[in-house]
Ligand binder design. Structure first.
Ligand code: ATP
Length: 237
Protein backbone atom coordinates (compact mmCIF):
# COMPACT_ATOMS: atom_id res chain seq x y z
CA UNK A 1 0.00 0.00 0.00
CA UNK A 2 1.18 3.51 -0.80
CA UNK A 3 1.98 5.81 2.11
CA UNK A 4 -0.45 8.72 2.01
CA UNK A 5 0.41 10.70 5.14
CA UNK A 6 3.74 10.65 6.94
CA UNK A 7 4.60 12.54 10.12
CA UNK A 8 8.28 12.48 10.89
CA UNK A 9 9.60 13.38 14.35
CA UNK A 10 7.01 16.10 14.97
CA UNK A 11 7.29 18.43 17.96
CA UNK A 12 4.51 20.86 18.85
CA UNK A 13 4.43 23.45 21.63
CA UNK A 14 1.75 25.65 23.13
CA UNK A 15 3.99 28.40 24.41
CA UNK A 16 6.23 26.61 26.90
CA UNK A 17 4.10 23.44 26.96
CA UNK A 18 5.65 20.66 24.93
CA UNK A 19 2.44 18.90 23.79
CA UNK A 20 3.78 16.60 21.04
CA UNK A 21 7.17 15.05 21.63
CA UNK A 22 8.72 13.56 18.53
CA UNK A 23 5.76 11.79 16.97
CA UNK A 24 6.25 9.77 13.80
CA UNK A 25 3.37 7.97 12.14
CA UNK A 26 2.08 6.86 8.78
CA UNK A 27 -1.29 6.41 7.16
CA UNK A 28 -1.50 4.29 4.02
CA UNK A 29 -3.92 4.98 1.23
CA UNK A 30 -7.28 3.31 1.93
CA UNK A 31 -6.71 2.69 5.64
CA UNK A 32 -8.59 3.65 8.76
CA UNK A 33 -5.94 4.52 11.33
CA UNK A 34 -6.87 5.51 14.86
CA UNK A 35 -5.03 7.47 17.54
CA UNK A 36 -6.15 6.50 21.01
CA UNK A 37 -5.06 7.73 24.41
CA UNK A 38 -6.20 9.39 27.60
CA UNK A 39 -7.41 12.96 28.01
CA UNK A 40 -4.63 15.39 27.23
CA UNK A 41 -2.37 12.81 25.55
CA UNK A 42 -2.10 15.02 22.47
CA UNK A 43 -4.54 13.39 20.06
CA UNK A 44 -6.33 16.59 19.00
CA UNK A 45 -3.04 18.45 18.84
CA UNK A 46 -1.72 15.84 16.41
CA UNK A 47 -4.75 16.21 14.12
CA UNK A 48 -4.65 19.99 14.28
CA UNK A 49 -1.00 19.88 13.28
CA UNK A 50 -1.78 17.75 10.21
CA UNK A 51 -4.55 20.11 9.14
CA UNK A 52 -2.30 23.15 9.51
CA UNK A 53 -4.13 24.79 12.41
CA UNK A 54 -0.96 24.37 14.45
CA UNK A 55 2.62 24.55 13.21
CA UNK A 56 5.16 21.98 14.34
CA UNK A 57 8.31 23.49 15.81
CA UNK A 58 10.39 20.73 14.24
CA UNK A 59 9.75 17.73 12.03
CA UNK A 60 8.05 17.29 8.68
CA UNK A 61 4.65 16.15 7.49
CA UNK A 62 4.17 14.91 3.96
CA UNK A 63 0.99 14.05 2.12
CA UNK A 64 1.10 12.15 -1.17
CA UNK A 65 4.82 12.97 -1.35
CA UNK A 66 4.38 16.74 -0.92
CA UNK A 67 5.64 18.48 2.21
CA UNK A 68 2.62 20.09 3.86
CA UNK A 69 4.03 21.11 7.26
CA UNK A 70 4.29 24.88 7.46
CA UNK A 71 1.54 25.37 4.87
CA UNK A 72 -1.59 27.33 5.81
CA UNK A 73 -4.74 25.36 6.64
CA UNK A 74 -6.64 26.43 3.50
CA UNK A 75 -3.79 25.16 1.33
CA UNK A 76 -3.90 21.81 3.11
CA UNK A 77 -7.63 21.51 2.34
CA UNK A 78 -6.74 22.15 -1.31
CA UNK A 79 -4.21 19.32 -1.17
CA UNK A 80 -7.03 16.94 -0.20
CA UNK A 81 -7.15 16.79 3.61
CA UNK A 82 -10.24 17.82 5.55
CA UNK A 83 -10.82 17.87 9.30
CA UNK A 84 -13.97 17.35 11.32
CA UNK A 85 -13.12 19.25 14.48
CA UNK A 86 -13.83 18.18 18.04
CA UNK A 87 -17.14 19.70 19.08
CA UNK A 88 -18.33 19.89 15.44
CA UNK A 89 -18.10 23.68 15.01
CA UNK A 90 -21.03 23.90 12.65
CA UNK A 91 -22.57 27.28 11.88
CA UNK A 92 -25.62 27.23 14.14
CA UNK A 93 -27.52 30.09 12.51
CA UNK A 94 -27.14 28.75 9.00
CA UNK A 95 -29.17 25.96 7.43
CA UNK A 96 -27.92 22.43 6.88
CA UNK A 97 -27.60 23.16 3.17
CA UNK A 98 -25.65 26.38 3.73
CA UNK A 99 -23.24 24.56 6.04
CA UNK A 100 -22.67 21.91 3.37
CA UNK A 101 -22.15 24.53 0.67
CA UNK A 102 -19.50 26.18 2.83
CA UNK A 103 -17.61 22.89 2.88
CA UNK A 104 -17.20 23.21 -0.88
CA UNK A 105 -15.91 26.80 -0.77
CA UNK A 106 -12.55 25.94 -2.33
CA UNK A 107 -14.18 24.34 -5.38
CA UNK A 108 -15.47 25.65 -8.67
CA UNK A 109 -16.45 22.34 -10.34
CA UNK A 110 -20.24 22.62 -10.20
CA UNK A 111 -20.89 19.05 -11.35
CA UNK A 112 -18.42 17.61 -8.87
CA UNK A 113 -20.02 19.60 -6.04
CA UNK A 114 -23.45 18.35 -7.06
CA UNK A 115 -22.40 14.72 -7.10
CA UNK A 116 -20.60 15.08 -3.76
CA UNK A 117 -23.74 16.61 -2.27
CA UNK A 118 -25.68 13.56 -3.48
CA UNK A 119 -23.02 11.33 -1.97
CA UNK A 120 -23.29 13.15 1.40
CA UNK A 121 -27.08 12.73 1.37
CA UNK A 122 -26.61 9.04 0.61
CA UNK A 123 -24.36 8.60 3.64
CA UNK A 124 -26.59 10.84 5.76
CA UNK A 125 -30.23 10.63 4.62
CA UNK A 126 -31.22 12.57 7.75
CA UNK A 127 -29.39 15.63 6.48
CA UNK A 128 -31.35 15.47 3.23
CA UNK A 129 -34.60 15.52 5.20
CA UNK A 130 -33.39 18.55 7.14
CA UNK A 131 -31.78 20.61 4.36
CA UNK A 132 -33.57 23.82 5.29
CA UNK A 133 -33.39 23.41 9.06
CA UNK A 134 -31.14 25.73 11.08
CA UNK A 135 -28.09 23.71 12.05
CA UNK A 136 -28.23 24.86 15.69
CA UNK A 137 -31.57 23.09 16.11
CA UNK A 138 -30.20 19.68 15.06
CA UNK A 139 -29.61 16.96 17.65
CA UNK A 140 -26.04 16.19 18.71
CA UNK A 141 -25.85 13.18 16.41
CA UNK A 142 -27.23 15.13 13.47
CA UNK A 143 -24.72 17.90 14.12
CA UNK A 144 -21.93 15.32 14.01
CA UNK A 145 -23.33 14.07 10.70
CA UNK A 146 -23.43 17.63 9.38
CA UNK A 147 -19.83 18.28 10.43
CA UNK A 148 -18.77 15.11 8.62
CA UNK A 149 -20.87 15.96 5.58
CA UNK A 150 -19.40 19.45 5.43
CA UNK A 151 -15.87 18.01 5.53
CA UNK A 152 -16.74 15.58 2.71
CA UNK A 153 -17.90 18.50 0.54
CA UNK A 154 -14.27 19.45 -0.09
CA UNK A 155 -13.87 15.98 -1.63
CA UNK A 156 -10.96 15.01 0.61
CA UNK A 157 -8.80 11.97 0.01
CA UNK A 158 -7.86 12.00 3.71
CA UNK A 159 -10.51 12.73 6.35
CA UNK A 160 -9.41 13.66 9.89
CA UNK A 161 -12.05 12.90 12.52
CA UNK A 162 -11.67 14.30 16.04
CA UNK A 163 -13.80 12.45 18.63
CA UNK A 164 -16.89 11.77 16.53
CA UNK A 165 -18.47 9.84 19.42
CA UNK A 166 -18.27 12.75 21.86
CA UNK A 167 -21.51 13.33 23.75
CA UNK A 168 -23.50 10.78 21.75
CA UNK A 169 -25.67 7.92 23.01
CA UNK A 170 -24.36 4.39 22.35
CA UNK A 171 -26.80 3.64 19.53
CA UNK A 172 -25.89 6.82 17.70
CA UNK A 173 -22.20 6.13 18.18
CA UNK A 174 -22.75 2.79 16.47
CA UNK A 175 -24.55 4.51 13.60
CA UNK A 176 -21.82 7.12 13.16
CA UNK A 177 -19.13 4.43 13.16
CA UNK A 178 -21.02 2.43 10.53
CA UNK A 179 -21.09 5.55 8.36
CA UNK A 180 -17.34 6.09 8.92
CA UNK A 181 -16.77 2.55 7.63
CA UNK A 182 -18.95 3.24 4.58
CA UNK A 183 -17.12 6.49 3.81
CA UNK A 184 -13.85 4.57 3.97
CA UNK A 185 -15.18 1.78 1.73
CA UNK A 186 -16.19 4.41 -0.80
CA UNK A 187 -12.52 5.41 -1.06
CA UNK A 188 -11.68 7.99 1.60
CA UNK A 189 -8.70 7.31 3.87
CA UNK A 190 -9.38 8.09 7.53
CA UNK A 191 -7.33 9.20 10.52
CA UNK A 192 -9.58 8.92 13.56
CA UNK A 193 -8.96 10.33 17.03
CA UNK A 194 -11.08 8.73 19.75
CA UNK A 195 -11.49 8.41 23.49
CA UNK A 196 -13.83 5.51 22.81
CA UNK A 197 -10.97 3.12 22.12
CA UNK A 198 -13.25 0.08 21.87
CA UNK A 199 -15.24 1.53 18.99
CA UNK A 200 -12.19 3.02 17.29
CA UNK A 201 -10.23 -0.25 17.36
CA UNK A 202 -13.26 -2.15 16.09
CA UNK A 203 -13.27 -0.28 12.77
CA UNK A 204 -9.57 0.60 12.34
CA UNK A 205 -6.92 -1.28 10.41
CA UNK A 206 -4.10 0.06 12.57
CA UNK A 207 -3.74 2.12 15.72
CA UNK A 208 -1.28 4.28 17.60
CA UNK A 209 -1.45 4.72 21.37
CA UNK A 210 -0.49 8.19 22.60
CA UNK A 211 0.69 8.96 26.14
CA UNK A 212 1.67 12.48 27.18
CA UNK A 213 2.72 13.50 23.71
CA UNK A 214 4.53 10.30 22.69
CA UNK A 215 3.55 7.17 20.82
CA UNK A 216 3.97 4.26 23.21
CA UNK A 217 2.43 1.45 21.16
CA UNK A 218 1.37 0.90 17.59
CA UNK A 219 0.23 -1.91 15.38
CA UNK A 220 -2.64 -3.88 13.96
CA UNK A 221 -5.92 -2.74 15.56
CA UNK A 222 -7.10 -6.29 16.26
CA UNK A 223 -3.82 -7.25 17.91
CA UNK A 224 -3.80 -4.08 20.02
CA UNK A 225 -7.34 -4.64 21.23
CA UNK A 226 -6.31 -8.14 22.31
CA UNK A 227 -3.25 -6.88 24.18
CA UNK A 228 -3.41 -7.05 27.95
CA UNK A 229 -1.79 -3.62 28.46
CA UNK A 230 -4.18 -1.89 26.07
CA UNK A 231 -7.18 -3.64 27.59
CA UNK A 232 -6.20 -2.54 31.07
CA UNK A 233 -5.39 1.05 30.21
CA UNK A 234 -7.94 1.91 27.53
CA UNK A 235 -10.63 -0.71 27.16
CA UNK A 236 -11.89 -0.99 30.71
CA UNK A 237 -10.00 -4.15 31.71
P1 ATP B 1 -8.70 15.48 24.76
O1 ATP B 1 -9.33 14.21 24.39
O2 ATP B 1 -8.93 15.88 26.19
O3 ATP B 1 -8.93 16.59 23.79
P2 ATP B 1 -6.12 15.11 23.57
O4 ATP B 1 -5.39 13.81 23.61
O5 ATP B 1 -6.77 15.47 22.30
O6 ATP B 1 -7.13 15.16 24.76
P3 ATP B 1 -4.82 17.63 23.37
O7 ATP B 1 -6.06 18.41 23.36
O8 ATP B 1 -4.10 17.45 22.09
O9 ATP B 1 -5.07 16.20 24.00
O10 ATP B 1 -3.83 18.26 24.44
C1 ATP B 1 -2.46 17.86 24.61
C2 ATP B 1 -1.79 18.73 25.67
O11 ATP B 1 -1.67 20.07 25.21
C3 ATP B 1 -2.56 18.81 26.98
O12 ATP B 1 -1.63 18.81 28.03
C4 ATP B 1 -3.29 20.14 26.91
O13 ATP B 1 -3.49 20.70 28.18
C5 ATP B 1 -2.32 20.98 26.09
N1 ATP B 1 -3.06 21.97 25.29
C6 ATP B 1 -4.01 21.73 24.36
N2 ATP B 1 -4.48 22.88 23.81
C7 ATP B 1 -3.77 23.87 24.40
C8 ATP B 1 -3.78 25.31 24.27
N3 ATP B 1 -4.57 25.92 23.39
N4 ATP B 1 -2.94 26.01 25.06
C9 ATP B 1 -2.11 25.38 25.95
N5 ATP B 1 -2.07 24.04 26.11
C10 ATP B 1 -2.88 23.29 25.36
Amino acid sequence: MAIMLKMDDINVFYGAIHAIKGISLEVDQGEIVTLIGANGAGKSTTLRTVSGLLKPKTGTISFEDKTISGQPAHKIVEYGISQVPEGRRIFANMTVMENLELGAYIRTDKNGIKSDLERVFKHFPRLAERKKQEAGTLSGGEQQMLAMGRALMSSPRLLLLDEPSMGLAPLLIKEIFEIIKDINKAGTTILLVEQNANMALSIANRAYVLETGKITLSGDAKELSASEDVRKAYLGG
